[in-house]
Write a protein of this length. Structure first.
Length: 265
């Protein structure tokens, strides 16, 4: 029995709202700037488990002034090394479910997107940031290290050299800069992140499901394969997607001039 869609509880750490084929998951700890506690990670996990089958896209957003202040630092002082490893691994499990789940995820970002908040945003397939957003990795200043997969995911987005410089110097990128270095895909005026995310979600939900699956699951795999393996994976994935009835219908509709053309941007 889904615990979230029917009656979202206002005090839940993550809220789930449904809008047609889109599930909007909102971090809901604004008083603590959506600092990511283990409880919040578990709440995110529950939402992913409860996603109705009708959902085709997830939008990840947050209540309050900031997307997320990162790791809940109040959890750090009591952790020994072994607990630290398990702590990171608990994050990895849920973040992995976001990135390699059933449906694509769009992050709608505003305010602080820092530390673990940026690691979380890096799991999304599409990132939209409004102009209030800023991005930092203050782990160096706090005497800790990335522990939510950022060494891998953020480095893949902007290169490990930029991550190194961000972490060593405490550099913060604004929304415009984040867009230019490829940390985000869209920069929009303040307060318009959700509208843009919903517009993109509608488009993604309109794609054939097997195409979305291949984009989410095959592309990252191919990026890590040697060329010969990558080309083989691509060819197999292409053969599978184009054999789907949805592909046949869509291609036939285009050939019969019943489908829209690609428009100039
Ligand atoms: C927190 C946290 C937190 C706020 N853990 N409690 N992350 C950081 O180093 C970022 C730390 N946070 C900040 O720099 C600022 O809070 C913000 C720039 C995000 C927002 O500033 P502001 O002025 O709006 O809020 P505030 O007054 O600093 O914080 C409001 C409350 O949230 C306050 O608690 P209160 O009980 O005094 O009201 C803060 O203590 C609390 N709060 N951020 C715990 N992060 C898996 S490894 C990942 C490693 C990392 O993420 S390192 C980066 C950690």
């Amino acid at each position: 029995m889904p615990s979230h869609p029917a009656a979202p509880q206002d005090d839940a750490l993550v809220l789930m709202k449904l809008a047609g084929p889109v599930a909007i998951l909102e971090l809901n700890r604004p008083a603590k700037r959506n600092a990511i506690s283990l409880g919040l990670v578990q709440a995110l996990d529950c939402c992913l488990t409860d996603l109705p089958a009708s959902v085709k896209v997830v939008i990840l957003a947050a209540r309050g002034e900031h997307f997320s202040a990162g790791l809940d630092l109040s959890e750090v002082p009591d952790m020994n090394a072994a607990q630290g490893v398990h702590h990171s691994r608990a994050w990895y499990q849920v973040f992995e479910r976001l990135q390699f789940g059933r449906v694509p995820v769009i992050a709608a970002l505003h305010g602080a997107v820092v530390g673990g908040g940026l690691e979380l945003a890096a799991c999304a397939h599409v990132r939209v940031a409004d102009e209030t957003a800023y991005f930092g990795l203050p782990e160096g200043q706090r005497g800790i290290f990335l522990g939510g997969g950022g060494s891998v995911r953020v480095s893949k987005l902007i290169g490990f050299s930029r991550v190194t410089e961000m972490m060593l110097t405490g550099r913060v990128y604004n929304a415009d800069e984040a867009f230019r270095i490829g940390l985000t895909h869209h920069a929009v005026p303040p307060g318009q992140g959700m509208a843009k995310a919903l517009e993109l979600a509608e488009r993604i939900a309109g794609n054939a499901e097997m195409s979305n699956f291949a984009i989410m699951h095959a592309l990252p795999l191919i990026a890590e394969q040697p060329m010969s393996h990558g080309l083989m994976t691509e060819a197999l994935m292409a053969a599978i997607t184009q054999s789907e009835p949805a592909a046949k219908q869509r291609v036939e509709a285009f050939l019969a001039k019943r489908a829209p053309k690609v428009e100039r941007a």
